[in-house]
Write a protein that binds this ligand. Structure first.
Ligand SMILES: Cc1cc2nc3c(=O)[nH]c(=O)nc-3n(C[C@H](O)[C@H](O)[C@H](O)COP(=O)(O)O)c2cc1C
Length: 206
């Protein structure tokens, strides 16, 4: 089993999502000792934002790239390889200003490539990266006003992963983290319980 852990929080050791992605992965490895784990820290090693200069890297002919573009191509190919080879993705998705961290958006901009992770057909777009499990660790200071809806940061990753063909998406939530120390600890404890329940049994074995 190949596990890809993706962290995007900018809060380092104080990050809620990082502590929880680490727990999810540790539990997975405990149950699947032969699993390989790849960790992508999108804060420590942030991909450049999508730009005009980056477009040739993401599609089209690859000859004539300058040195910067060539380096970005190598990095993009590494992202794609890790993503495509992963059986399980454990993704930390904090809510920053209502959306996902821009570092995570930049990663999505690298891996969402026509002909690689999705394609257009006569019937519409088709994901090419199915058969994976995604565990999203969703963290935020506030709470959802509408408990029946996904938050915007969750909606974004949900739409993207489904577009790429992934239907097995589970959410672990630590919300209301900004409502004081007691509320934070309660939210983290509840999320740790969700992780334990998630990894209970052989459901994740692959
Ligand atoms: C720059 C920034 C923007 C934030 N914006 C929001 C927000 O829009 N909604 C919210 O509920 N919490 C917001 N928060 C609080 C974070 O969601 C909260 O700190 C959470 O713990 C982030 O997850 P992390 O600890 O893994 O980074 C924001 C925090 C930061 C640092």
């Amino acid at each position: 089993m190949n596990i890809l852990q993706i962290d995007s929080s900018v809060l380092g050791d104080h990050s809620a999502s990082r502590s929880l992605t680490a727990q999810v992965v540790a539990d997975l490895v405990a149950k699947n000792p032969t699993a390989t784990v790849t960790v992508r820290d999108l804060d420590q090693d942030a991909p450049a934002h999508l730009s005009g200069a980056l477009l040739p890297v993401l599609g089209g002919p690859k000859d004539g790239l300058n040195a910067v573009q060539e380096a970005e191509l190598q990095r993009t190919e590494a992202f794609l390889k890790e993503f495509l080879e992963a059986d399980v993705l454990v993704v930390g998705v904090p809510q920053y200003n209502f959306g996902i961290p821009s570092q995570l958006k930049s990663w999505i901009d690298r891996i969402a490539q026509a002909g690689r992770t999705f394609r257009y057909t006569e019937k519409g777009p088709e994901g090419l990266a199915g058969g994976k499990r995604v565990i999203v660790v969703s963290s935020r200071g506030g709470v959802r006003a509408d408990a029946s809806a996904l938050d915007l940061h969750e909606q974004t990753v949900d739409v993207v992963f489904r577009f790429l063909g992934i239907t097995d998406i589970t959410y672990v939530r630590a919300h209301g983290l900004a409502f004081g120390p007691d509320a934070r600890e309660a939210a983290l404890a509840a999320a740790r319980g969700e992780v334990a329940a998630l990894n209970d049994g052989a459901a994740l074995a692959a």
